[in-house]
Design a protein around this ligand. Structure first.
Ligand code: PEP
Length: 251
């Protein structure tokens, strides 16, 4: 059976005081869950805090972005080896907010995924279409172009050590969720595309759905055959809500 995972994406939210309560709650309630792994991807300045509270808890932590370069004169950037210093297990790459607001293209997302793998961490590779693209009927060509660019950098061997998150852009932070059938159709399409290259990797690949997942809709989404968990934005900032989502992913 494929690994189930629920990862929180805190985006640019948090403070020492608020994080402490949330992290301590997660450490005591989420670490012991069987049948699902839980993780939080926090803003860079709070990686040390996440590491100190979550170490030994069973809850993993990670970052939301990283540079493709290992070090150098890149003011304001954060390198993957720096994330390794803070015990990160996951790094989100290619989130739609990075693609649209910070102009990250497919090739750069692939290079970032490669850098993450080279340092022994797991990239959570995000793909997803805009509303305009969905309405134009090009969802499949968009997500396969995005995934192909990553595979071009890391190969199917690299993908085997990665997690893919399908996040329709129109569903992120909007309160609009893809229906379970809509999400499942894209997950199945992506899994077939990977399986066509390597059947074992396609079968094993953990694929998350992201886009306005909440306690109320998590179970129906995670109940679909090719949805193995979720990437959770807004709802990951509320302990009870996030816990309910993690529990809904238990197979
Ligand atoms: C996200 O940030 O990846 C996300 C899915 O956000 P939200 O759950 O708030 O839609």
């Amino acid at each position: 059976m494929r690994r189930r995972l629920v990862a929180g994406n805190w985006k640019m939210f948090g403070s020492n005081a608020r994080n402490q309560l949330l992290l301590e709650g997660l450490a005591s309630r989420a670490g012991g869950l069987e049948g699902v792994s839980c993780a939080v991807c926090v803003p860079f300045p709070y990686l040390h805090q996440a590491q100190s509270v979550l170490s030994e808890s069973g809850v993993a932590w990670g970052a939301q972005n990283a540079s493709q370069w290992p070090e150098g004169a890149y003011t304001g950037e954060v390198a993957v080896p720096m994330l390794a210093d803070f015990g990160c297990q996951y790094v989100i790459v290619g989130h739609s907010e990075r693609r649209s607001l910070f102009h990250e293209d497919d090739q750069l997302v692939g290079a970032k995924a490669k850098a993450v793998l080279e340092h022994g961490m797991t990239p959570i590779v995000c793909v997803g279409e805009s509303l305009q693209e969905r309405e134009a009927g090009v969802t499949e060509s968009v997500v396969s172009r995005q995934l192909d660019a990553v595979i071009a950098e890391i190969g199917t061997e690299g993908l085997d050590k990665s997690v893919v998150a399908y996040e329709p852009v129109w569903a992120i932070g909007t309160g609009k969720t893809a229906t379970p059938d809509e999400a499942q159709a894209v997950h199945l399409f992506l899994r077939h595309a990977v399986s066509a290259r390597n059947a074992d990797v396609g079968e094993r690949l953990t694929m998350l759905y992201g886009g306005s997942v909440k306690a109320a809709n998590a179970q129906s989404l995670f109940g679909m055959d090719d949805i193995d968990g979720g990437l959770i934005g807004g709802a990951s900032l509320k302990l009870d809500e996030f816990m309910a989502i993690c529990e809904a992913a238990i197979a």
